[in-house]
Write a protein that binds this ligand. Structure first.
Ligand SMILES: Nc1ncnc2c1ncn2[C@@H]1O[C@H](COP(=O)(O)OP(=O)(O)OP(=O)(O)O)[C@@H](O)[C@H]1O
Ligand SMILES: [Mg+2]
Length: 390
């Protein structure tokens, strides 16, 4: 059927061949266009027009590369030339096309080349399949995998970094104290200032590590529960962040931990404890020495108990983790607001106000609840109630 004169092939196809089959080509589920050997579009089906948002008149006669993103045009053109010469291009036919509205979409392209009796190409059919959604899902999955990897890596370094920083700030503090016992010379005063800078820097770095930990945890979607001894995450947090939480000994932490079992997610519980302990440390401040008491016991609730958020805990067997400080306390009018997302009375550059709302969410996920008692100037106690596991 192909006529022998190539110059007339385009018009023959447009007028006769393609027109005759246009309804069939329009019914194709993929985008489909035909180009002549100069790369100009001579036919485009309905699906491709929908895909790109152009009318037929806007596409006919234009080079097929006009509809590909700028930086892929040269590569697409050289692939096209290779195919015309009968070579097999090395790269795949995946390309990024641009719609009339400027949106970029991923497509795979598959070409079929028709040649005349002398082997010269006269028509190339290209089928385009839109794989944007598949590609985006793939990218999302890769992002997720990268995140999980980063979290795994981060987990490994928290411990070492936190320990190192405790060492740095502890030693700087010791050296400061020793220096304070000597008669002050100008050089010693300068040395004291340097040591203070080192200690404060190490503290800030510790804060940062705690924050990165909390942030990376918050990105994890799946929460798995399993039986755990609640004392375990408490001990881990205290061990990991001891220098940070005690303000290098400025704030004492005492612990009474019973070995009680709950069904829970260790990571989320660690975050909740870390949040509460950092809050307690901040409430104590550095003006005078303070104390944080951490107590873990089993308890029986005999009458329904009011919890933060307006609900109440049913009667039954519970495990109670209480974290009490003798810091600034929370004024009565703020006791509900402190659980609001983004509420903070601290430096907004470094604090997001998401700590307590996350503690609350964690406790709700554990079918438990939070009870808050506080007196301005005296201190604050947060009690976390978890259903006991027999
Ligand atoms: N133990 C506490 N004693 C006194 N005030 C507290 C205590 N715990 C929390 N607060 C108050 O509740 C506010 C909200 O706490 P939350 O943990 O949600 O956020 P934050 O600590 O301010 O910021 P982030 O946790 O993001 O660092 C705090 O800014 C503080 O005013
Ligand atoms: Mg906080």
């Amino acid at each position: 059927m192909p006529p022998s004169q190539n110059g007339r092939v385009g018009s023959f196809l447009r007028t006769t061949f393609l027109r005759r089959f246009s309804s069939l080509l329009d019914a194709f589920p993929t985008g489909l266009h035909a180009i002549d050997r100069n790369g100009r579009i001579i036919m485009v089906n309905k699906r491709e027009l929908e895909m790109l948002g152009y009318s037929e008149a806007e596409m006919i006669g234009r080079p097929f590369t006009d509809f590909i993103v700028q930086d892929q045009r040269a590569a697409a053109w050289s692939r096209f030339q290779q195919k015309l010469r009968g070579e097999k291009p090395e790269q795949t036919g995946d390309r990024l096309i641009v719609t009339k509205h400027g949106e970029q979409r991923y497509v795979t392209s598959k070409d079929t080349i028709y040649r005349d009796h002398r082997g010269r190409p006269y028509l190339i059919f290209t089928a385009l399949t839109d794989i944007t959604e598949v590609k985006r899902a793939q990218e999302q999955r890769m992002q997720q995998e990268k995140l999980v990897l980063a979290q795994e890596l981060a987990k490994g370094v928290y411990h070492d970094l936190a320990n190192l920083l405790t060492g740095v700030s502890g030693n700087a503090e010791l050296a400061e104290r020793l220096l304070g016992q000597m008669p002050p010379t100008e050089q010693q005063v300068k040395m004291g200032e340097s040591l203070r800078t080192i200690r404060e820097g190490a503290m800030r770095a510790g804060d940062l590590i705690a924050r990165v930990r909390l942030f990376s945890r918050s990105q994890q979607a799946k929460v798995e529960f399993q039986p755990i001894m609640l004392a375990e995450p408490v001990r881990t947090v205290l061990q990991l962040f001891s220098g940070l939480l005690t303000n290098n000994g400025h704030c004492r932490i005492s612990c009474e931990l019973d070995e009680v079992l709950i069904n829970g997610n260790k990571g989320d519980i660690m975050d909740a404890i870390l949040n509460l302990l950092i809050n307690a440390r901040d409430a104590i401040g550095t003006d005078k020495p303070g104390e944080i008491k951490v107590v873990l016991t089993a308890a029986t609730i005999e009458a329904p108990l009011d919890i933060v958020g307006g609900g109440e805990l049913a009667t039954g067997e519970f495990v109670v983790l209480s974290i009490a400080d003798n810091g600034s306390g929370i004024p009565a009018e703020l006791r509900d607001r402190v659980f609001e997302h983004g509420f903070t009375t601290k430096d907004q550059e470094r604090n997001s106000g998401f700590g307590l709302p996350r503690v609350l969410a964690t406790m709700t996920a554990h079918s438990g609840g939070v009870v808050l008692e506080s007196e301005p100037g005296v201190g604050t106690t947060f009690r976390l109630y978890f259903p006991a596991l027999k």
